[in-house]
Design a binder for this molecule. Structure first.
Ligand SMILES: Cc1cc2nc3c(=O)[nH]c(=O)nc-3n(C[C@H](O)[C@H](O)[C@H](O)COP(=O)(O)OP(=O)(O)OC[C@H]3O[C@@H](n4cnc5c(N)ncnc54)[C@H](O)[C@@H]3O)c2cc1C
Length: 412
C-alpha cells in the first residue's frame, strides 16, 4: 500500500531494485527450536515483507550483502518542502520558548494543561494529518524537524506529541485506515484528542508473538470482545483513543496453526476499559504512561485497522515509516529515515540469528576491514572497528552506539 507519507517513488524504486541474484536461503533455521520460540519467530517473520520485496540496505546486511549505493547520497529535503514547513516550525519554536518550561515539567512530573491546549492550537497534534481532515498536511521531513525541536526542548513533550501521531491513531490510519475511519478519527486527533498505542504486556515486549490480550468475535461476527491488560502505554493516561494490538482466533496456514494479531481502534470511554495505573519513569518524569485493563470491552468489527490478522505487519510498517520521536532525522551512516528504521531492527535481529547468520556477519566484518584498509569505505571502518571478531552482539552494539552518537549531534 502506498501513501504520500512514504519515501519518494524514486527512492523506493532504488531501494527495492537491488535483489538477490539467487534466492537467499532461509535466514533463520527454526527446525531445532523449542515450540514457543519457533512460533514466535514464525509469527514475527510472517509479519515482514519477503526479503526480495524489502530489499533495503539493512535487510540485506542481515543476509550478508552490502549495497552502499542504496544509502548514498543522503537525500536532502527539497527547498519547496522546507518552505512548506517553515511557518509551523517557527511557530512551534516560539511556543516552546515562550510557554513550555522543561525544568518545571521535570520537577512536577506534569505537562501543564495549557500546554496541551497551546500545542493543539498551533496544530502540533496533526502535523502530518492532511488538511482535509483538519491537520497541517506536512511531510515526514517537516514532522522530523518538529520532532528534533521538541526533543531538544523537552523529552516529555516530544514523547507526548510523537507517540500520539507516530504510533497512536494518526499514522496507522494514514497508512491503512478506511475512509470512514479517517473521517471519524483524524479530525479528533488532529485537534488534540490524545491517542496512544498499546502493544506491550507483562509477558510480551520485544516478542509480540507472546501477546495474550484476547479479542473474541461475537456470534454474529459484528463485534470483538477484548479481555486482558496492556503495560507501558505512552499517553494512555491522557488518551481519548487507543490503537490496541490483540490476539484474534488463530488460522490454519499451510496446514499449520498461525496465531493472529489484529489492531483495533478503541475509544477509551468504551465500557470495561480502565486506565488502571500510571507508570513512572526515571528519565521522562512527565510521561503519561499507563497500565490499561480490558474487561469484556466490545469493539465493532469496523474498528479493525488494515485487516484481521495483519496487526503486526501494520505495526512494523508504522514503526519504520513514522520515525518515532527524532529518529526521522537521525543520520547514522547518513541513511534516509526508512533505512534507519530497518537498520536498527535488522541489526538488532542479528543478535538473535542462528549460526548461518553469524557466518555472514564474520564475512561482512572481514570485508569491512579489507575495505577500510583499501580506504574504499568509511562505513566499513565502523563495521570493522566495532565488530572485530565478527560476533553479532558487537555489530548490534555498534549500530546502537553510532545511532545514538548521531542522535545527540542532531539535537544541537
Ligand atoms: C519509555 C517507554 C515508553 C514505552 N511506550 C510504549 C507504548 O507506547 N506502547 C507499547 O506498547 N509499549 C511501550 N513501551 C514498551 C516497549 O515497547 C517495550 O519495553 C519493548 O518492546 C521491549 O520489551 P520489554 O521491555 O518487555 O523487554 P524484553 O523484551 O524483555 O527485552 C529485554 C532485553 O532483552 C533483549 N532481548 C529480548 N529478546 C531478545 C532476543 N531474542 N535476543 C537478544 N536480545 C533480546 C532486548 O533487546 C532488551 O535489551 C514503552 C517502553 C518504554 C521504556
Amino acid at each position: 500500500m502506498k501513501s504520500p507519507l512514504e519515501a519518494p517513488e524514486k527512492q523506493i524504486a532504488e531501494e527495492t531494485s537491488a535483489k538477490a541474484e539467487k534466492p537467499a536461503p532461509p535466514v533463520i533455521d527454526t527446525s531445532k527450536m523449542a515450540k514457543g520460540q519457533r512460533e514466535a519467530l514464525e509469527l514475527a517473520e510472517a509479519a515482514r515483507d519477503p526479503l526480495e520485496d524489502r530489499g533495503s540496505f539493512a535487510s540485506n546486511l542481515f543476509v550478508g550483502r552490502y549495497d552502499f549505493d542504496r544509502i548514498y547520497p543522503y537525500p536532502a529535503q527539497s527547498a519547496e518542502d522546507r518552505a512548506a514547513g517553515e511557518d509551523f516550525v517557527s511557530k512551534l519554536e516560539s511556543y516552546l520558548r515562550e510557554h513550555v518550561d522543561p525544568d518545571e515539567i521535570d520537577r512536577t512530573g506534569e505537562i501543564p494543561p495549557e500546554n496541551f491546549k497551546g500545542l493543539a492550537e498551533i496544530g502540533a497534534f496533526g502535523i502530518k494529518v492532511p488538511k482535509k481532515y483538519g491537520g497541517l498536511g506536512l511531510s515526514q521531513c517537516n514532522y522530523g524537524r518538529a520532532a528534533v525541536l521538541l526533543g531538544s526542548w523537552d523529552g516529555n513533550v516530544a514523547a507526548l506529541v510523537s507517540a500520539h501521531q507516530s504510533i497512536g491513531v494518526a499514522q496507522p490510519l494514514l497508512l491503512f485506515g478506511t475512509e470512514e475511519q479517517k473521517q471519524k478519527y483524524l479530525p479528533r486527533v488532529a485537534a488534540g484528542e490524545i491517542s496512544a498505542f498499546a502493544l506491550t504486556e507483562v509477558h510480551a515486549g520485544s516478542d509480540p508473538a507472546t501477546l495474550s490480550l484476547k479479542a473474541e468475535p461475537t456470534a454474529d461476527g459484528s463485534e470483538f470482545v477484548l479481555n486482558g491488560e496492556k503495560l507501558w502505554c505512552t499517553n494512555g493516561v491522557k488518551a481519548g483513543v487507543l490503537v490496541v494490538m490483540a490476539r484474534t482466533p488463530s488460522k490454519m496456514v499451510g496446514g499449520k496453526e498461525r496465531k493472529q494479531i489484529t489492531a483495533f481502534i478503541v475509544d477509551v470511554d468504551t465500557p470495561g476499559l480502565e486506565i488502571a495505573y500510571r507508570c513512572r519513569f526515571m528519565g521522562l518524569k512527565a510521561l503519561y504512561n499507563a497500565v490499561v485493563k480490558f474487561t469484556d470491552v466490545r469493539i465493532p468489527r469496523e474498528n479493525i485497522i488494515f485487516k484481521e490478522g495483519a496487526g503486526l505487519k501494520g505495526a512494523n510498517d508504522i514503526e519504520y515509516r513514522s520515525a518515532h520521536v527524532t529518529r526521522s532525522v537521525r543520520r547514522p551512516f547518513q541513511t534516509p529515515p526508512r533505512n534507519l528504521e530497518e537498520m536498527g531492527g535488522r541489526a538488532h535481529s542479528v543478535g538473535r540469528a542462528d549460526r548461518q547468520t553469524r557466518r555472514h556477519c564474520r564475512k561482512n566484518c572481514r570485508d569491512g576491514r579489507r575495505r577500510f584498509r583499501d580506504g574504499s569505505d568509511d562505513i566499513s571502518h565502523v563495521i570493522a572497528a566495532r565488530s572485530q571478531d565478527g560476533r553479532s552482539a558487537h555489530r548490534d552494539r555498534h549500530v546502537q552506539n553510532v545511532g545514538h552518537g548521531n542522535d545527540v549531534e542532531d539535537r544541537r
